[in-house]
Design a protein. Structure first.
Length: 82
């Protein structure tokens, strides 16, 4: 695999050329590295309210729930430290 500049790569990619051979796929990572998946069962009303709030904030339901969990865990850490 020959080295190329970012500009060369962008030009090649933007023009629709195949860039597979220009990438080191053994180093590829997904965006979910270090994240865990949890299944949570909610009542219909709770699920609807969460979806409505997520939409209002421009977030996905997953993003909203993740933020809420992070905020609550931070509150718990602060309370434990007092």
């Amino acid at each position: 695999m020959a080295k190329m500049t970012a500009e060369e790569f962008d030009r090649k990619f933007d023009s629709g050329e195949n860039v597979d051979d220009d990438l080191d796929w053994s180093q590829a990572k997904t965006g979910d590295v270090g994240r865990n998946l949890f299944l949570v069962k909610l009542g219909e009303n709770s699920a609807t309210e969460i979806a409505t709030e997520a939409k209002r904030l421009g977030l996905s339901v997953d993003e909203l729930i993740s933020r809420w969990v992070d905020e609550r865990l931070e509150q718990e850490r602060r309370s434990a430290a007092e």
